[in-house]
Design a protein. Structure first.
Length: 374
C-alpha cells in the first residue's frame, strides 16, 4: 500500500489531521504514518489533544521542543530527513502554518517526495508574521493545495499557482468541532468554573505581536479588565503569555481583578465546552475565528488583519485591532445585544476529511469504491 506521512507539530495541527487520518483509515486504501515533531511539548498544549480527538499515538515523536524560528525549523528538518529516508512515503501531508509545516515541506521537496498542504491559500498579506512566510513558502512548493474556502483559491491563482494543483475541500478543523461538540457539552466545565451559559466571555492570547510588546499587551489587558466589570472573563493562559505576564509583574494584579479568571490551558474537549457556550470570544488565534463562526458565537479578533476573511465576510468575526478603546466599544455593543450575525461558510460541513482522503487516493492512483464520493 502507498504511504501517506502526516506531520503534526503544534496544537492547531491536531484538529486538522485527526479527521484526515480517520477518513483514510475508514477507506482502507492507503497506509499512514503519523509524525509528531514535538514543537508543542507541554502536555496541555499537545498530548491531551490526541486523547480528546480520538487520534492514535504518534508512530514517531521527534521531541524537538521550543527555540527560535531558525533553530526550531532547522532541528525539525534534520530529524525529518532521517524519518523520510526510513519511511519512504509516497506523499507528505502537512497542515496549517507552523514551523513544522514549512520544515517538512522543505525536506520533502528536496527529496522529491510529493507534498499536500491542507489549509492552503490563506493570507494576511503581512510578511511580518512568521506564519504568513510559512504559508507562502509551503504553498509554492506543494503539489496539492487543499483549500478551506473560495477566497484561498483566489489567492493562489492570483499568485500564479496552477489551478490543477488546487482542490477546494472545506475546513477540516470543523470536522473535529462538529464531531466533538456533543461530547464537549456533556462536560462539567461551566459548573466547575461557576459559570452560566451565554453569561461569560473567553479570551486567548498567544501571538508574539500581542504578548511580547509590553505596551500592546497592557492595552489588551486593560480592555479585558473593562469587560470583566460587565461580564466574567475566562482567560486560559498560553505558556508564552504566562511567562510574559510574570516578567512584567502583571500576574498577581490580574488574578486579583474581579470578574477576570486566569486558568491553565485546557484540553480540546474542555475548551470547546467553554467556547461553545460563551457570550463572546476575544482571540488572536486563527482557528477560534473559524470555530466561533460555526458555533454562532460573536468573536473579536485582536489583530490588525486575518488570514481567514471569510469569517468576517459571512461569519460572526470582527477584526478590532489592539486599540483598547475600540475593543471595549465592540465588546460593549455585543453585551448590549447588538452582535454580528453570520452563517456557516460553504463546505464547512464536517466532511472535509473524506474529501481530502479521496483527493489523496486519486493523486496516488489508488481510489477505492468503499465509500461514496463526497
Amino acid at each position: 500500500m502507498k504511504k501517506v506521512l502526516h506531520i503534526v507539530g503544534a496544537r492547531p495541527n491536531f484538529m486538522k489531521v485527526a479527521p484526515i487520518h480517520r477518513a483514510i483509515s475508514e477507506r482502507g486504501a492507503l497506509q499512514q504514518c503519523l509524525v509528531h515533531t514535538g514543537q508543542h511539548y507541554d502536555v496541555k498544549m499537545s498530548d491531551v489533544f490526541f486523547t480528546d480527538l480520538g487520534m492514535p499515538a504518534p508512530d514517531i515523536h521527534l521531541g524537538i521542543g521550543s527555540g527560535s524560528h531558525a533553530e526550531q525549523t532547522a532541528k525539525v528538518m534534520l530529524e525529518l530527513e532521517k524519518v523520510f529516508l526510513a519511511q519512504k512515503p509516497e506523499l507528505v501531508s502537512v497542515v496549517g502554518d507552523v514551523n513544522s509545516t514549512l520544515s517538512a515541506a522543505l525536506v520533502a521537496v528536496k527529496m522529491h517526495i510529493p507534498i499536500a498542504h491542507v489549509e492552503a491559500g490563506l493570507r494576511t498579506f503581512d510578511n511580518r508574521m512568521p506564519e504568513e512566510v510559512n504559508r507562502i513558502l509551503t504553498d509554492r512548493i506543494s503539489d496539492l493545495l487543499l483549500t478551506p474556502s473560495a477566497d484561498a483559491d483566489a489567492n493562489l491563482i492570483r499568485e500564479g499557482l496552477e489551478p490543477s494543483r488546487i482542490r477546494l475541500v472545506g475546513n477540516v478543523m470543523i470536522d473535529s468541532l462538529l464531531g466533538a461538540r456533543e461530547q464537549a457539552l456533556k462536560l462539567s466545565t461551566l459548573k466547575d468554573l461557576g459559570l452560566s451559559p451565554r453569561a461569560y466571555a473567553v479570551c486567548t492570547l498567544h501571538r508574539a505581536s500581542n504578548v511580547d510588546d509590553p505596551k500592546v499587551l497592557s492595552g489588551l489587558l486593560s480592555a479585558l479588565v473593562h469587560v470583566a466589570q460587565r461580564l466574567p472573563v475566562v482567560f486560559p493562559v498560553h505558556p508564552r503569555t504566562r511567562k510574559r505576564l510574570g516578567e512584567l509583574g502583571l500576574s498577581s494584579t490580574l488574578e486579583r481583578t474581579p470578574g477576570l479568571r486566569l486558568v491553565d490551558p485546557m484540553g480540546y474537549l474542555e475548551f470547546l465546552s467553554l467556547t461553545s457556550q460563551a457570550r463572546l470570544v476575544f482571540t488572536d488565534s486563527g482557528g477560534l475565528q473559524e470555530e466561533t463562526t460555526v458555533l454562532g458565537i460573536p468573536c473579536l479578533t485582536v489583530r490588525e488583519n486575518t488570514e481567514r476573511p471569510i469569517t468576517v465576510d459571512v461569519g460572526t468575526n470582527q477584526v478590532v485591532g489592539t486599540d483598547p478603546a475600540r475593543i471595549q466599544q465592540a465588546a460593549d455593543r455585543i453585551i448590549d445585544g447588538h452582535e454580528k450575525k453570520g452563517r456557516v461558510p460553504d463546505y464547512w460541513d464536517g466532511r472535509s476529511g473524506e474529501r481530502i482522503a479521496r483527493v489523496y487516493e486519486e493523486f496516488l492512483g489508488v481510489a477505492t469504491p468503499r465509500l461514496a464520493a463526497v
